[in-house]
Design a protein around this ligand. Structure first.
Ligand code: IMP
Ligand code: MG
Length: 179
């Protein structure tokens, strides 16, 4: 099992690149089919979704716009619960079909807050596209229209996801090793 050391913690490969890309392509095809003629506006959430968004959107073949937003709720390996504001909503989303592109949905608090914030700007629709979902960690109900994979309630890094800012720059996804 391939290992990865990030600061004080060791991780082992849990989702290899080939499997990630297979699921990313499947979801991209679903979005391409559903959003045909709607000129969607994709809003990838920085920092974690940068790699997912790059792979996903290269497979989306309809006309669309892409604009990045940022917010965070995590410190170390545990959700702080304190949600920071959505920053950098540079585009007017009024009347637009918005697709939020997120790396991972854990408690769901971040996404619930994001949807609430975006709804105030009267978009035509809001869809959520998540690379990963931890179904056992969900604390609030969140509509998830597109999801690549469900994972157990473990801490992961890689493919854009970090532990304390590090570990984002890998092709595979790694799970924290339990001592
Ligand atoms: P939520 O608000 O609890 O759903 O947390 C969502 C955010 O926490 C995600 O956008 C990630 O940035 C971060 N996060 C949740 N789980 C993990 C993980 O296992 N590894 C790294 N970041 C995570
Ligand atoms: Mg994130």
């Amino acid at each position: 099992m391939e290992k990865l050391q990030v600061k004080d913690k060791s991780f082992a490969v849990s989702i290899p690149e080939a499997k990630i890309l297979e699921q990313v392509r499947r979801v991209a095809a679903e979005i391409t089919r559903d959003m045909e003629g709607k000129d969607p506006l994709f809003l990838p959430v920085l920092n974690g979704a940068f790699m997912f968004a790059a792979d996903l959107l290269r497979e989306v073949t309809i006309p669309c716009e892409i604009s990045f937003i940022k917010l965070a709720s995590y410190a170390g390996t545990h959700s702080t619960g304190a949600i920071r504001e959505v920053i950098g909503l540079a585009k007017d989303i009024t009347g637009r079909h918005v697709v939020i592109v997120e790396d991972i949905i854990d408690s769901g608090l971040t996404m619930a807050h994001m949807i609430e914030t975006l709804e105030k700007h009267n978009p035509a629709s809001i869809s959520v596209c998540a690379l990963l979902v931890k179904p056992d960690a969900l604390k609030v109900e969140v509509p998830i229209h597109y999801r690549c994979m469900d994972i157990p309630n473990d801490f992961i890094v890689g493919y854009g996801l970090d532990y304390d800012g590090f570990g984002r720059n890998t092709r595979d996804i790694y799970t924290l090793c339990k001592e």
